[in-house]
Each structure stands twice: as structure tokens, then as C-alpha cells.
Design a binder for this molecule. Structure first.
Ligand code: PGA
Length: 241
């Protein structure tokens, strides 16, 4: 696991965007795994800037998002479909046919989860996966538990995640309790992974992860210690607390 500490959130976002750009330049039809939440916003802003000012080309790029809530309309600003449109896709030249976000409005969700993994494989697998991390160590919505699912799956969100995500909703009761997330195995199959962490609230979990001496399903991000190509980019606040 390569650890890069940046002085602040802006520098972290720029560094992440540089890596994404480098990989996009190496492979024009790259398959990117994308995350939502506050942390990747600066990265997406920088990629949009690179597209607008420097002609970074997304026309051949395919994307797969990590997760989506269950029981949310996609025109709800809190849905991850809406998030991706407003924070990235609307501002770059990506072909919407090549963007995939778990569709939680289908009738047979379990079958759909299998289909999502199959589709990722069909597109050649994820070349570069962007991850945030929950204060509880989740990646995607793979929450700390006795067991973690390998493939894309349906999850019950933990109290800690519902609490953390309630900042985006009018009240905590409105936060969906369930979601579909890529599984740990789906994430681990990505050829390269960048995990981003910013701010004091992530310090405790990052301290544990960076220690790097054990893996446990109670800290889902610790499974990344087994992956051969992970870069962690964090800011001083996340690093030092
Ligand atoms: P955040 O969420 O970027 O909004 O902190 C990260 C996560 O829960 O994975």
C-alpha cells in the first residue's frame, strides 16, 4: 500500500486527478470505478477542469459506480445517480451508454447484483477504482461485520453510516436503510485502487489502516492490504488528526 500525504484537500484532489489522467492517457478506453460522497468531489472538479481546459477525453471511458441507495428516486439530489450526473457526467464528454450505477429500481435485485458483476467482467474489469472510506472503515457500502460478501450485494446500512450520511438529508429518518454495493471481491478485482481520505473525522480509521498489521472484516478497508496496487492519498488532517 503506497501512502501519499498531502497538505490539504485541494492538493489531495489534484494528486488523485493526476493519477487518473495518467492512467487515462495510457489507456483511452479505461474502465474506471467511481465513488460518491464528499471526498471525491474535488477530484471530479479537477477532472472537469482538465476536460474543459486541457481536453482530457472521456469519450472512450467506461465507468462503474460502487453503490446506490435502495428506495430513492434518481431525481432525488441524494441519489448517487443524481450525484454523478451533477458532479461529473454533465460536465465531461462521456457517453452515457458507458456509465453504470447500480440500478436499485429493478424487480429482482439479487439477480441484478450478479448481472452487475458480470457486466464489469464483460467490459474487461475495472482498471482503476476510486474509493472513499467511511468513519467505520467501510468501502463502498461494505459495512463492518462478521462476514463480508464477495460480489455485488444488498446491504443494511449501519447506524454509523446512516448517522454520517444524514448530513445530506433533511432528517435522519429520510436516510435510506439499504443499498446495493459492489462487494469486497468486486473491488479487490480492480487492477489499481486509489483510496482517498480527508479531514479529522477520518483520522482514527486511517491510523488503523496505515498501521497495516492486520486484516479484519470489522475494518473492511483492511482487506485492501492484500491488494498489490493500492495508493492511499490522505491530507494532513486525516493523517495527523
Ligand atoms: P465521504 O464518504 O466521502 O462523504 O466522507 C466516504 C464513504 O462513506 O465511503
Amino acid at each position: 500500500m503506497k501512502i501519499i500525504v498531502q497538505p490539504n484537500y485541494e492538493a489531495l484532489s489534484k494528486r488523485a486527478a493526476e493519477i487518473v489522467r495518467e492512467e487515462m492517457e495510457k489507456k483511452r478506453n479505461i474502465v474506471l470505478g467511481l465513488a460518491t460522497g464528499s471526498t471525491p468531489l474535488g477530484l471530479y472538479k479537477e477532472l472537469i477542469r482538465m476536460h474543459k481546459e486541457e481536453g482530457l477525453d472521456f469519450s472512450q471511458v467506461t465507468t462503474f459506480n460502487l453503490d446506490e441507495y435502495i428506495g430513492i428516486d434518481y431525481d432525488d439530489p441524494n441519489s448517487y445517480h443524481y450525484f454523478m450526473e451533477s458532479n461529473l457526467f454533465n460536465h465531461i464528454n462521456i457517453d452515457r451508454e458507458n456509465t453504470f450505477i447500480p440500478d436499485t429500481n429493478v424487480e429482482d435485485l439479487e439477480a441484478y447484483c450478479k448481472e452487475y458483476d458480470r457486466l464489469i467482467e464483460e467490459k474487461g474489469g475495472i482498471d482503476l477504482q476510486i474509493l472513499g472510506i467511511g468513519v467505520n472503515g467501510h468501502i463502498g457500502f461494505n459495512e463492518p461485520d462478521e462476514e463480508l460478501k464477495v460480489g455485488t450485494n444488498i446491504v443494511n446500512l449501519t447506524e454509523s453510516t446512516i448517522q454520517a450520511n444524514s448530513r445530506f438529508f433533511d432528517s435522519i429518518d429520510q436516510v435510506p436503510q439499504n443499498a446495493v454495493t459492489m462487494g469486497i471481491g468486486t473491488i479487490m478485482k480492480a487492477k489499481q485502487i486509489i483510496l482517498l481520505a480527508s479531514g479529522k473525522s477520518k483520522h482514527e480509521v486511517m491510523k488503523e489502516l496505515i498501521k497495516g498489521d492486520k486484516i479484519t472484516t470489522q475494518l473492511p478497508a483492511s482487506l485492501l492490504l492484500l491488494h498489490p496496487n493500492v495508493t492511499v492519498i490522505l491530507d494532513e488532517e486525516a493523517y495527523r488528526g
